[in-house]
Each structure stands twice: as C-alpha cells, then as structure tokens.
Write a protein that binds this ligand. Structure first.
Ligand code: 13P
Length: 336
C-alpha cells in the first residue's frame, strides 16, 4: 500500500475550499434525472450533459474531483477527447463509483446491503489505469419503525471496510459513505442517535480491517430531521448537531469529511455546510461537500437536454460550485 499517495489524494480532495461533484448516477438514476426535464435516457444525452458540466469555465477553482460512473470514465466527448482528460486538464481529479448498488438485505426486505465486492481488486486496477485516484462506495441505512437493525448496520459497515481496504491496496483513496437516509418521519434526535451508531460501527470495522485512516475520506449524511417529520430543525441546529456527532465519532486522523446532500435543497445544503464552517470551532478535519443533486439541480433545469443551453447551464452549475466553496470557508451567508 502506498500510504503517501493515498494521504496526498485525500488532502488534495479537500484542499483550498474545494469539494466534489458527484456525477456517478447509475444509468437508472440518470434516467430519472433526465426524465424530469423530458429527455430520453440514451448514452449520447448522458454524455452531453456531463461533458457540459465538466467543460464549465473555472470548474477547477471550486471542484477538486468528480465521481464518475463506469460508463463515464470510459466515455469520450463529442470531439473525441476523453472525459477523464477534460477533467485532468482542468486540474480536477477523476474518481469512480465502484459499488454495484444497494440490494435487499437477505431476510430483512425493508433494509439494504450494498453489493460489489466480488472482483473488486481487478476493477480497481483497471480504474487506476483509466486515471481514477479515488473511489466511492455508498451504504444505505434507512430509519423507520424497528429499523435500522444491528444486522443492517454491521453488514454494511463490514462491506465498507472491505471495499476501503481493497481500494487502498490498489492506490485509490476510498470515500467511505454510510448514508443515513432523510426520507423518513423521524426527528433530528433520532437521526443523530442512528448516525452515531453507524459511524461507531464503521470506524470499528475500518480499524479491524487495518484501513489507513489518513488515506480515506468520510462522506456522511448531515444530522437532520426526516423529510416527513412535522418538526424540522433550524439550520443552526442541523449544523450544531452534525458537528457534535462527528466530533464524537470520527477520528482526527481522517483528513476530510465531504457531505452528501441526500435530498436537501441546493440552498439548504450550502447553508448547513457554511454554518458548520463559520462556527469558529477548531475542527480536526476539513468539512466540505460531495454533492450530487445539490450541485446539479439548477444546471439540469437550465440545460433542458439542449446543447444550445450549455452556457446558461454551466453558469448555474458554477454558481452552486462557487457558493459551496464559500461554504467551505464559512463565508457564504456572511457575504449574502
Ligand atoms: P446527493 O448529494 O444527491 O445525495 O448525491 C451524493 C452521492 O454521491 C450519493 O451517493
């Protein structure tokens, strides 16, 4: 394992108030996004949309890396340049989603286990050759009556650690993503309780499986009330409880924590991150973003499937990227 390379990649991912663009939607998820703007889910449209974002002027000032999907890391732009090269030329590190999705947990149909470990060392080697320097694996934990079970938490934590160790052996810095969903009706305190239990299990497994923490990135949910909860917490409470949870559970050796947006609005996702960084607390890790929907929503709406709208869509994308970069510095709401 090349510890130095892994550490340098992790540090570069959170350097200079930059964050990640999660553009690793599977073909099915991309279909839902394109459907929302009335565009057919074909390879050319998926390529055009992502090429548009990757070619945005100034992307490298706000975005340190992009998480790609298997199709995208092999794809070329309309002019023949690979999408990987477009990113590298802009100073952006290519990354790759390596999980095969969250499937039904055996014996527990309401819960999920993420698959994709079989053959992973070989795929990691191939992705490294294609230019990837970091990877992502997402575990999904749902909150409802009687769940999550210990079984779901433990098996997902175990798989995350297996994935992380395999990636490190192959030179890819692993993004460890245990997502506690915000789909339920639970309040913020229940989210905090479950998030703490999940992070405990994850760091215990990472320790048992001898994962080098300095060469990892954590991608957690924020501590937030479920969307269907009648009592929504204030942005200040979300920021405070998220930081409190992370301070309790995430070792200081981890260089960076890059949040998912998980269904928050673009504005909420930026504001919450900003409040955490503006709090003045002396935190042991960088707090940044690895947003999918919260970086792409406005851009997708502006693009509408038509390359004639590229410039408007790029402007919308850069506006969110720059706002989130300011949130990394804790200067977003102060300036607004
Ligand atoms: P969202 O920010 O849309 O939740 O996506 C981030 C991601 O990569 C989820 O795995």
């Amino acid at each position: 394992m090349n510890k130095q390379e892994l550490f340098e990649t992790a540090v570069a991912m959170v350097a200079d108030n930059k964050g990640l663009l999660a553009a690793d939607e599977s073909t099915g998820t991309m279909g839902k996004r394109l459907d929302s703007i009335g565009v057919e889910n074909v390879e050319e449209k998926r390529r055009d949309y992502r090429e548009m974002m990757f070619r945005s002027d100034g992307i490298g000032s706000y975005i340190s890396g992009v998480i790609l999907y298997d199709e995208t890391i092999r794809q070329s732009a309309a002019d023949g340049t690979t999408l990987v090269k477009i990113l590298q030329d802009a100073g952006v590190i290519p990354g790759i989603k390596v999980d095969a999705g969250a499937k039904e947990l055996p014996g527990r149909p309401a819960e999920k286990i993420t698959e994709g470990l079989d053959g992973l060392p070989k795929r990691v080697a191939e992705y490294y050759d294609l230019g990837a320097r970091f990877a992502k694996w997402r575990a999904v934990i749902d909150i409802a009556d009687g769940i999550p079970s210990r079984y779901a938490i433990h098996t997902n934590a175990h798989a995350l650690a297996r994935y992380a160790k395999i990636c490190q052996e192959g030179g890819l810095c692993p993004i460890v993503e245990p997502e506690v969903l915000m789909d339920g009706a639970h309040d913020i305190d229940r989210c905090q309780e479950v998030t703490e239990e999940v992070l405990d299990a994850v760091y215990n497994e990472l320790h048992l499986q001898e994962v080098y923490l300095e060469g990892t990135i954590l991608k957690p949910n924020m501590v937030i009330a479920g969307k269907k909860c009648a009592t929504q917490a204030s942005p200040e409470e979300v920021a405070a409880k998220t930081v409190e949870t992370l301070l309790r559970k995430v070792p200081a050796a981890v260089p960076g924590i890059m949040f998912l947006s998980g269904g928050q609005s673009e504005e909420d996702a930026t504001l919450h991150l900003d409040l955490m960084n503006a709090s003045g607390a002396n935190l042991p890790w960088q707090l940044s973003f690895s947003y999918g929907r919260a970086l792409q929503q406005s851009a997708l709406q502006a693009w509408k499937g038509d390359n004639a709208n590229n410039s408007a869509a790029q402007q919308a994308f850069i506006e969110r990227a720059s706002a989130n970069s300011r949130a990394c510095a804790g200067t977003y709401s102060k300036a607004a």
